[in-house]
Each structure stands twice: as structure tokens, then as C-alpha cells.
Design a binder for this molecule. Structure first.
Ligand code: PHE
Length: 434
């Protein structure tokens, strides 16, 4: 893919925050918060500071030092491109399920837009199951989502990805408080707030390990670590930009938006009768919008629009990574087209499987969605991050960190690569495999 360059360090921060803030913040963070309550929030925040931030700094530093994306960076760092391939394959798989969920947001946004004019939209589990079991329809919206992401990816970086992220991420942060205010006014919302701060029975040591594993996986997914995205973006970060500050801004924005999304989604899900499971964002939330008539439809339209914007900036980062497979000579348009076509393969398979609600035979007892999640978030991402942490523990790795991050931040990050980061990675690996 053609070389990019950010207009400034803030251009980089906007794009990296755009990659980080996505469905992870709005689709998965609130459901973990609802399930595990305050201990999850505390574990997540501690892990974000002690391991997420250092890992993010390390990946950006590796990208800037080597000037390459994951494959090239790993080749230089540890003599083998294999962990780089693992990271980039994780991006492709993730783009598969991400596009189906993104297409679903697009569909729900349109359903609510229509509802604004017709006095309200429908909702609940029936609407969701009806959509995902209609394979031609869900495949169509999936492809539309991929096409929208490809159009942004194909544009020159400064006028495409950077400009889009600069408006999408702040817009999301600005609109969330309005959504929270609406959610909190719903009858029954208080029990959602109580659940977020409750200390539920975690089910002994096994339950606590499970909760810690969920927090670790969520952190990887949410900060987009171990997929080659941050290394690739870091490769074009100007030398004078401070990586510790940029990475801190990304972690802070990502965490803030996740917590705000928790306040918007969990109370609304409780108001809709509680639970909602993995697809709470489409079932419980839409039930709330449906119950509020035209205003609810307006509220729903804005909500899904926001989620769609967030999902698009993340999808663009995934396409950027997969697009590097088109080779160094490919232009941005060719690379984006190549990446979009390749991503459509897992995406359509997952849409065909009805997002895990089961039209295709299972893979080792898992739905296609769960298998793609397990392979990308649970195995490939942590494995690539582990390889990076080990490579950075060598002398040349420590020197790289000090060169890119400065003496103090370089040493602290090196220390984290030997301790907290490894614990986090191990927790993420064990959580999904065991
Ligand atoms: N961080 C994104 C989210 O929270 C997902 C993602 C992971 C995007 C890895 C790119 C790379 O939704």
C-alpha cells in the first residue's frame, strides 16, 4: 500500500483512537460490565494502565522504529515474520464478524430513521432474529458496510481516514452524554446502574479467573493491540511526536468512551427487562427505542449512527492491515479493493451462519462468529503480542524502546514487558482457550 503520513501527532491520535474506539466499546464492554459488575471495571482500569498502555506504546514504537507493519516489524525484531502473519490474519478474521455487526448497525439505523416518520420502530428479539435469519438481507448490509469502509480506506490518508476519525470520535464522545440522559430517565434504569457497581458472586476462583480473562481479552480487543494496526499506524508517526503521550491519549479516549457507553447501554437494557445477552446492543436497546414512539426512533437512529461511525473507523484500520497484502506497489485504491474483497469471504460466511444463531454446522462446537472471535481475539492477537513482549525483553528490544520512548518511559515499558504485559497476555490466552 502507498506510504501514508499523518498531518500531525493529533492526526495520528485521531486515527489510532478511531481504530481503538469501536464495537468493542459499545457492543462488548457494556455486556461484560453488566455481567461482572464493579470487579470487572476495576480490573479493566488497572490492566489498562499497567499493561494496555505499555503494550500500545511498545507496538507503536516497534512500528516507528522499523518503519514497517506487523510482518516487516516482526522480521526485523525477532527474525521471523510468523507472529506478524498471526497478527494480520487476526485482522482479516475480525473484519469478518465486524462487518456483519456493522451491517446490522446500518440496518437498525435505517429502521429507526423510518420509525421517526411512521410514529416508532419495531424492536426486540423478534426483529433481530428476523434480520439475521434473512441471509440475503444481512449479507447485503454486510457488503454495504465493507464498501463504505473501503471507500474511506481508498481515499488519501489525510482527507479520508484522518479527517473522518477527527470528526467521528469527538462526535461520539459528545453524543454519548445525551444518550445517557435518555437511558437514565427510563423506568427501571436504576437497577442497571446498581448492576454496574455491584460486586456479584463471581463463582469462586474459577469465576474470578474467568472475569479477569474477560477483562484482558476486552482490553486487547478494545485497544486494537496485537493486530498490526498500531504498528502500521506508528510506522508513519513523525519522529518528534511523543509516543507515551499519544498512546495515553488513545487509552484515555477509548476507556472513557467504553465507560460512557456502559452508562448508556446497561441501564437501557435493564429497563427493557434485563439480560439481552451478547446481542444486547440490538435486542434490549432497540426494545427501548421501540417503546418510546417517534422520539425513541430518533434516539435509536442517533445511537446506531454513532455506533456505525465508530465501527467504520475501526474497520478502516483492519482494511489498512489486510491491504498491505496487496504488495508495496499497489496504490491505495487497489489495496482497499483487494482487502475489501478478501474480507467479504469470512464476513459472508458469518452472515450465512446468522451471526451465531446457527444456519451452518458448528466448528468444534462453536458458531462461526464464536470461532472467528476465539481465533482472532483469543489466540492470534495475544500470541502476536506475546512474541512482541518476548522480543522486546532482549537487549536490542530494550534499546529500541529507549530510543523511541525516551529513557524513563522506555525503561518502564521494558519492565512492563517482563511483568504486567505477560500476565495480561497469559490471562487473555487462558480465558478463551481453557
Ligand atoms: N478496537 C476495536 C473495537 O473496540 C476493534 C479492533 C481491534 C479494531 C483490532 C482494529 C484492530 O471495536
Amino acid at each position: 500500500m502507498e506510504k501514508r503520513s499523518w498531518s500531525s501527532q493529533w492526526g495520528f491520535v485521531a486515527a489510532a483512537a478511531g481504530a481503538a474506539v469501536g464495537l468493542g466499546n459499545i457492543w462488548s464492554f457494556p455486556r461484560y460490565l453488566e455481567q461482572h459488575g464493579a470487579p470487572f471495571l476495576a480490573a479493566y482500569l488497572i490492566m489498562a494502565v499497567l499493561a494496555g498502555w505499555p503494550l500500545l506504546m511498545a507496538e507503536i514504537a516497534v512500528g516507528r522504529d522499523t518503519g514497517c507493519g506487523a510482518r516487516g516489524a516482526f522480521k526485523e525484531l525477532c527474525g521471523s515474520a510468523l507472529p506478524g502473519w498471526a497478527a494480520e490474519c487476526a485482522s482479516l478474521l475480525m473484519m469478518g464478524f465486524y462487518s456483519v455487526l456493522g451491517g446490522c448497525c446500518l440496518r437498525y439505523m435505517l429502521i429507526n430513521l423510518a420509525g421517526v416518520f411512521s410514529g416508532g420502530a419495531g424492536g426486540g428479539l423478534g426483529l433481530f432474529l428476523g434480520y439475521i435469519s434473512n441471509v440475503p438481507l444481512s449479507a447485503l448490509f454486510t457488503v454495504l458496510f465493507i464498501a463504505a469502509a473501503a471507500v474511506i480506506t481508498a481515499a488519501p490518508v489525510r482527507s479520508g481516514l484522518e479527517r473522518f476519525s477527527k470528526f467521528a470520535v469527538p462526535l461520539l464522545a459528545l453524543m454519548l452524554p445525551g444518550l445517557i440522559a435518555c437511558s437514565l430517565r427510563l423506568p427501571g434504569a436504576e437497577s442497571g446502574i446498581a448492576k454496574m457497581f455491584a460486586v456479584p458472586e463471581q463463582g469462586g476462583i474459577a469465576g474470578t479467573i474467568d472475569m479477569l480473562g474477560d477483562a484482558a481479552c476486552q482490553l486487547f480487543f478494545s485497544l486494537s493491540i496485537g493486530q498490526g494496526v498500531m504498528a502500521l499506524y506508528g510506522a508513519y508517526l513523525p519522529r518528534e511526536a511523543s509516543i507515551p503521550k499519544c498512546a495515553l491519549a488513545v487509552v484515555a479516549a477509548d476507556t472513557l468512551i467504553a465507560v460512557l457507553a456502559g452508562f448508556a447501554v446497561v441501564p437501557a437494557a435493564e429497563a427493557a427487562g434485563g439480560g439481552g445477552g451478547t446481542m444486547m446492543m440490538f435486542t434490549a436497546m432497540q426494545e427501548v427505542f421501540a417503546s418510546l414512539g417517534s422520539w425513541g426512533a430518533m434516539f435509536g437512529f442517533l445511537f446506531y449512527l454513532l455506533v456505525l461511525l465508530a465501527a467504520l473507523t475501526s474497520a478502516v484500520s483492519l482494511l489498512e492491515v489486510v491491504g498491505t497484502w496487496a504488495g508495496a506497489k499497489a496504490g491505495r485504491k487497489q489495496a482497499a479493493l483487494f482487502a475489501a474483497a478478501l474480507s467479504a469471504v469470512p464476513a459472508i460466511a458469518i452472515a450465512r451462519d446468522g451471526l451465531g444463531f446457527g444456519a451452518l454446522p458448528e466448528i468444534f462446537g462453536l458458531s462461526w462468529l464464536s470461532a472467528a472471535e476465539l481465533a482472532s481475539e483469543g489466540i492470534l492477537m495475544p500470541a502476536a503480542a506475546l512474541a512482541m513482549a518476548f522480543a522486546l525483553r532482549r537487549r536490542s528490544g530494550s534499546e529500541l524502546l529507549r530510543r523511541q520512548l525516551g529513557y524513563a518511559a522506555g525503561r518502564c515499558t521494558g519492565l512492563a514487558m517482563r511483568s504486567a504485559a505477560v500476565v495480561l497476555i497469559a490471562a487473555a490466552l487462558c480465558a478463551r482457550i481453557l
